[in-house]
Design a protein around this ligand. Structure first.
Ligand SMILES: [Ca+2]
Ligand SMILES: [Ca+2]
Length: 147
């Protein structure tokens, strides 16, 4: 509860004071391996283990903002390893759908992670590639953008 509350305050301040396409936010530190309320998280290993990265950049769409990092190659898990092409599980605790892409800048194939949902493994998921649905797609260790 305490972490969620701190994050809520940080989020409000952030939303009120910043504008523009993407910015880096400073937020309360979550415990390793955790994904708090309103957070969009990607984990190094399956089952939400290994390093964790919380998406902090925001994309502004009309009067609302969504968590979105179009370039994961400049991000690191809390254990120092690169987030790019290494994510193996994801949690979307936001109120908006999120999409994990194989290419930076939201390119390539992608898998949808609906609001409030999580994927404990990315090894066999339903993905979309060039508008075509692909069953049993291996998205493991391929994510390069998460929005
Ligand atoms: Ca980034
Ligand atoms: Ca991995």
């Amino acid at each position: 509860m305490r972490i969620a509350s701190k994050f809520g305050i940080a989020f409000s301040t952030f939303a009120l004071t910043l504008s523009g396409m993407t910015v880096a936010a400073t937020s309360a530190q979550a415990d390793p391996g955790q994904c708090g309320s309103r957070q969009l998280c990607i984990f190094e290993n399956a089952n939400y283990s290994g390093g964790v990265f919380h998406v902090q950049d925001r994309l502004y769409v009309g009067n609302k903002s969504i968590l979105c990092d179009k370039l994961l190659s400049d991000n690191f898990y809390n254990n120092g390893k690169s987030v790019n092409d290494s994510g193996s599980s994801v949690i979307n605790n936001t109120g908006n759908p999120a999409f994990l892409y194989t290419g930076s800048w939201n390119s390539g194939a992608y898998v949808a992670v609906p609001a409030g949902r999580r994927l404990s493994s990315l090894q066999s998921v339903t993905a979309y590639d060039g508008g075509v649905e692909k069953q049993n797609f291996n998205m493991d260790n391929k994510g390069s953008a998460f929005c």
